[in-house]
Design a protein around this ligand. Structure first.
Ligand code: F6P
Length: 555
């Protein structure tokens, strides 16, 4: 048994999970008339109601003991101090510096990184406003009406999610598209209807070696060259990367390269120049407001006492659900169409960070770590997978995210959204007994016999946990705070689980194998010696491809 599982704090929580199994969320509300006040908290831009979880005051106290035992305070301090907390890559994880809005320095290896960050922000401001107002133009003198960001993972999901979320703020500015998938159709779709003379590409890649991004970038370059000639490349490409040598080799003018640094993890990078598409889409002032909101959350995370600290509580509740109650997945349900990409963004943030099984001492863990994160906006999900959430055999903790005010209040839409959001968490927590279901059916005219037969099907067990995170409105500061809160939640969990959330070695094997299989796909006979399944599938793919037409260029 690991020292963590053997520890007093962990064992006390295990015992507590057994004790609470006798109770329901409904019982906890019945026992405490002020439960909402006791189990909710406020942070900059966000309000968290966690009362609809199977926790009582003792559970929260024990979770806080566990955080203390795992030296959470010291770990938070080490992150903000720029220590090499990403120990497997021997790097700092100082994304918080990117949104440091104070005059204080932030150090990595003894150097203040703030001057370089401010300089890059200024360059983003100048470039984005010049593209938006048409001062910067394409090779033939046309202003840019379309911008295509080519990147994947952290170089795509964060900016794509924010651009979508802040869609209501778009005034003027280019049509912003995102291409991530190496699937040809993604690039073709982004270029449909585009005029090469007025299209700008941003190649976003921390490493500038990622196969999908480099393949799409080369195809985009060919598209520009074939329409406008080789001299046009400089005017139609910009890059965001830590690898300045590779951006130069690609042919991108150094004046169009926006730098970031190896102490910024890909999935934590939207605050850096990776956020350039955000500035292009909604303007730099809004991008800076996003940073302001994240900075306010950083301050809260550093300073608020653990029991009033939103990311700390969210992280500890996640640990409770995953490691003690045995729930394996976490639903994220934004009641906001503009947050439709938020679950996908969180999947990378959470699962690439905490999908780990080796602890920081090199030992395999003997407890559950990061859950499977998934979700879709409400109300759509209600008409799809909510059946399982309410009546299935698995319990899925859910985060409901909702704004009190709509981006635009048109007709009854926003109130309906809110009412649906509140109704779902209420139904999950408190359910409906067979007796209630039966009485309802009889009242609506069903025979007693039919009501008896159908009652089990129409009852809701309840006792299904959820958090509700409420924002005033989906606006840049609150969105910045929301994203930063989740980043810190993930960090809190990693500290408790004693894992490194900042590496991602688990993505490497597939990349290695894909590059060897690419050459094997192309060379008949070279599949010999592979495992039977892969060999068989290569042969089958070749059979299907024999009739395929040769590929042609995009657009
Ligand atoms: O393969 C995973 C990953 O390395 C992510 O961590 C990263 O966000 C993504 O690929 C893209 O990497 P890059 O920005 O270097 O192209």
């Amino acid at each position: 048994m690991s020292a963590l599982v053997n520890s007093q704090a962990w064992q006390a929580l295990s015992a507590q999970s057994r004790a609470l199994a006798e109770l329901s969320i409904g019982d906890l509300f019945a026992a405490d008339g002020k439960r909402f006040e006791h189990f909710s908290l406020e942070a900059p831009g966000l309000f968290l109601d966690y009362s609809k979880n199977l926790v009582d005051r003792r559970t929260v106290g024990l979770l806080l003991d566990l955080a203390r035992q795992q030296s959470l305070d010291a770990s938070i301090a080490r992150m903000f101090a720029g220590d090499h907390i990403n120990h497997t890559e021997n790097r700092a994880a100082l994304h918080v510096a990117l949104r440091n809005r104070s005059a204080s320095p932030m150090l990595v290896d003894g150097c203040d990184v703030m001057p370089a960050i401010r300089k890059t922000l200024q360059r983003i401001r100048e470039f984005s406003s010049s593209v938006r107002d048409g001062t910067v133009r394409g090779h033939t003198g046309s202003p840019f009406s379309r911008v295509v960001n080519i990147g994947i993972g952290g170089s795509d999901l964060g900016p794509a999610m924010v651009v979508e979320a802040l869609g209501a703020l778009r005034e003027g500015g280019p049509d912003m598209r995102f291409v991530s998938n190496v699937d040809w159709t993604h690039l073709v779709g982004a270029l449909r209807g585009a005029d090469p003379a007025s299209t700008l590409f941003i190649v976003s890649s921390k490493t500038f070696t990622t196969q999908e991004t480099m393949t799409n970038a080369s195809a985009a370059k060919d598209w520009v060259v074939s329409a406008l000639g080789p001299d046009a490349v400089g005017a139609h490409f910009a890059a965001v990367s830590t690898n300045l040598r590779a951006t130069a080799a690609f042919g991108i003018d150094p004046g169009r390269v926006f730098e970031f640094w190896d102490w910024v993890g890909g999935r934590y990078s939207l605050w850096s120049a990776i956020g350039l598409p955000i500035a292009l889409a909604v303007g730099m002032d809004h991008f800076e407001s996003l940073l302001d909101g994240a900075y306010a959350m950083d301050q809260h995370f550093r300073e608020a006492p653990p029991e009033r600290n939103l990311p700390v509580m969210m992280g500890l509740l996640g640990v409770w659900h995953t490691s003690f109650l045995g729930y394996r997945t976490q639903a994220v349900l934004p009641y906001a169409q503009s947050l439709s990409r938020f679950p996908a963004f969180l999947q990378q943030l959470d699962m690439e960070s905490n999908g780990k099984r080796i602890d920081r001492y090199g030992a395999q863990v003997d407890y559950q770590t990061g859950p499977v994160v998934w979700g879709e906006p409400g109300t759509n999900g209600q008409h799809a997978f909510f059946q399982l959430l309410h009546q299935g055999t698995q319990i899925v903790p859910a985060d409901f995210i909702v704004a009190a005010r709509g981006e635009q209040e048109l007709g009854p839409h926003h109130e309906m959204l809110l009412a649906n959001c509140l109704a779902q968490s209420q139904a999950l927590a408190f359910g409906k007994s067979q007796q209630e279901a039966r009485e309802e059916m009889v009242r609506s005219g069903l025979s007693a016999e039919a009501a008896d037969r159908l009652a089990p099907y129409r009852a809701f067990p309840g006792n299904r946990p959820s958090n509700t995170i409420m924002l005033d409105q989906i606006a840049p500061p609150a969105l910045g705070a929301l994203i930063a809160a989740y980043e810190h939640k993930v960090f809190v969990q990693a500290v408790v689980w004693s894992i490194n959330p900042f590496d991602q070695w688990g993505v490497e094997l597939g990349k290695q194998l894909a590059s060897t299989l690419l050459s094997r796909l192309r060379k008949p006979g070279s599949e010999e010696g592979l495992d039977g399944s892969t060999r068989g599938l290569i042969r089958r793919a070749r059979m299907f491809r024999n009739d395929a037409a040769p590929a042609s260029g995009p657009g």
